[in-house]
Every structure is written in C-alpha cells, then in structure tokens.
Write a protein that binds this ligand. Structure first.
Ligand code: C2E
Ligand code: CA
Ligand code: CA
Ligand code: CA
Length: 279
C-alpha cells in the first residue's frame, strides 16, 4: 500500500509538471503568435430569413501555428483571457474586421454588418470605446456596420461601471448583440436596463428543433419577447432546412449555421459575397 501510494504521488507530480509545462509552452507560443501574425479571422455568413441573402457575418478567430494546423478559439481564448493577452488579440481582431468590412462594403455588399466577439475582460479596459472609435475612424467603416457580441455573464458585473461603456458604444452608432442567449443566468430585467439591439438564440435550443417540445416553445417565446422589446433575433447553429423553416415561421430575422455555411477564410467568404450579389 505504501509502495503504491508513492507511485500515485509520483504519477500526480509528473502529471502536474507536464501540464504546467504544456501551459507554459502554450503561453509562450501565444505571445509569439501575436507578433508573428499567426492569427486569422474567419467569417461565418448571417442570412436574412426574409430575403435569403447574406446580410452580415460573425468574425471568428483562428490560430495558424506553423506545423500545427488550425487551432480553434476554444483552445486558446480562455487562456488568453486569463493572462490578459485577450486585450491585444481583441484589438487586432477589431482592426482586421473594420478594414476588411470597409473593403467588402465598398466593393461587394454596401450594407454588410460584421459582428465581433468581445470578452468580458475587454470591458475592464476603460479605453475600449476610444479604441473602437479610433479604429472606425481610421478604417473609414461606418459605425452601423459594426456589431459587438457580448455574453450574458458580462451583464452580471457592475452595472454602474458597464452601463456608461454600453451607452458610449451605442452613442458611436455601433450595435450590441447578446450572444448565447438562454444559456446564462442573467435576469430578463437586464434586457431592459442595457441597450441591446439583437439577441442570438444559443445553438443548444436550435439543435433540438423540432423534436424537443421545450426547445420549440422556448424559441417561440424568446423570439416573441425580443420582437416585442424591439430587438432583432439571430438564430445560431442552424444545421438543416427544417430548423430554417421553423425560424422563418416564428418571426426570426436572421440565421447563421452550417446549413448555409461554416466559418470561412477571407477569400472563400468573398466568393460567397460575389455570388450573393449576382443572384
Ligand atoms: P460563439 O461566439 O458562440 O461562436 C459560434 C461558434 O459556433 C463558432 O465556433 C462557430 O464555428 C460554431 N458554429 C457555427 N455554426 C454552427 C453550426 O451550425 N453547428 C455547430 N455545431 N457549430 C456551429 P468557433 O469558431 O470554434 O468559436 C468558438 C468560440 O470562441 C465562440 O463561440 C466565441 O465565444 C469564441 N471566439 C471566437 N472568436 C473570438 C474572438 O475573436 N474573440 C473572442 N473574445 N472570442 C472569440
Ligand atoms: Ca458569438
Ligand atoms: Ca454564440
Ligand atoms: Ca453558442
């Protein structure tokens, strides 16, 4: 028993060391990724359910580490948030999106709106709004072409500090979308207190439509509530025609999901925009 106890201990310390080592390597690589420009922005189209045309996109970051293939955001965004690297990464994404969207609006789709995911950590940066204003100005992108996607968790923070930031962003003309709606614990009263323009219904509801009666009822209710409060609705994770028809019938405005397209690199998304225009 004594013997196996020691073996366990050795096993755990080795395991911990390996993990610490792995994490240290990841952190070092992440810092280098930023200076070496290893990040990419992918774009997933958002489709109008009324016109079936591309009306927007969500910008989603990827990491192309040399010799490692494409690393998805869930594998590096949480750590970037912990070590504060999300601040420069978030700024980089905003810059890319503003210049790219300006180009697409000038050349392909004049009313294209692109959304960017903003971590709660970025709202601790008091210069966030100034940075957005400066980037819009420098890129020439109209503020109405930019949308920020935030999560419910953020709204549970200090309202006295957050509300002025939200109002400043709104005053620029940038819109705000509440992402993953329905998965958090936020009270519905937040929807009244914060200036929110759009609700994104989480994929976990959409994926169970139409089999799961609870998801059907909840999705109906969320759409009705959002419309009554003057907010538009985007459904995420739409994977089949049945879900699309259900959403259209329910009064949902926009959809996003693999049924229409996965997130795409710049050149491929641009091809979709060109086809969209020729339709
Ligand atoms: P999210 O904001 O909820 O983004 C939607 C995720 O669902 C994306 O995963 C997208 O590829 C995936 N998705 C879209 N349609 C479908 C579908 O029909 N079926 C399925 N199964 N999945 C679908 P992705 O790109 O791996 O991003 C994961 C998360 O990483 C995002 O979740 C977001 O929270 C975060 N993220 C991505 N880019 C950024 C960024 O630039 N900044 C920050 N702060 N977070 C980001
Ligand atoms: Ca999002
Ligand atoms: Ca989402
Ligand atoms: Ca989600």
């Amino acid at each position: 028993a004594k013997e196996s106890g020691r073996n366990n201990y050795q096993f755990f310390t080795t395991e911990l060391n390996t993990r610490a080592q792995h994490r240290y390597t990841l952190e070092t690589n992440l810092r280098r990724a930023l200076t070496e420009q290893e990040f990419l922005v992918y774009y997933q189209p958002k489709i109008s359910l009324q016109t079936s045309r591309i009306v927007g996109a969500e910008a989603l970051i990827r990491w192309q580490m040399p010799g490692q293939g494409l690393i998805p955001p869930n594998e590096f965004i949480p750590i970037s948030e912990e070590i504060g690297l999300i601040l420069p990464i978030g700024r980089w994404v905003l810059e890319q999106v503003c210049y790219q969207t300006k180009y697409w609006r000038d050349n392909l789709v004049p009313d294209l709106v692109v959304s960017v995911n903003i971590s709660p950590r970025q709202f601790q940066d008091v210069t966030l709004c100034d940075f957005i204003a400066a980037t819009l100005q420098e890129s020439g992108l109209p503020p109405s072409a930019l949308q920020l996607e935030i999560t419910e968790g953020l709204l549970m923070g200090e309202i006295d500090r957050l509300l002025p930031m939200f109002n400043a962003i709104k005053a620029l003309g940038v819109s705000i979308s509440l992402d993953d709606f329905g998965t958090g614990f936020s009270s519905l009263s937040y929807l009244q207190r914060f200036p929110i323009d759009n609700l994104k219904i989480d994929r976990s509801f959409i994926s169970k439509i139409p089999e799961n009666q609870d998801s059907v009822v909840l999705t109906h209710a969320i759409i009705a509530m959002a419309n009554a409060l003057g907010m538009s609705i985007t459904a995420e994770g739409v994977e089949n025609a049945e879900q699309m028809f259900f959403l259209t019938d329910s009064g949902c405005q926009e959809m996003q999901g693999y049924y229409f397209s996965k997130p795409l690199p710049v050149e491929q998304f641009e091809k979709l925009l060109k086809n969209n225009r020729q339709q």
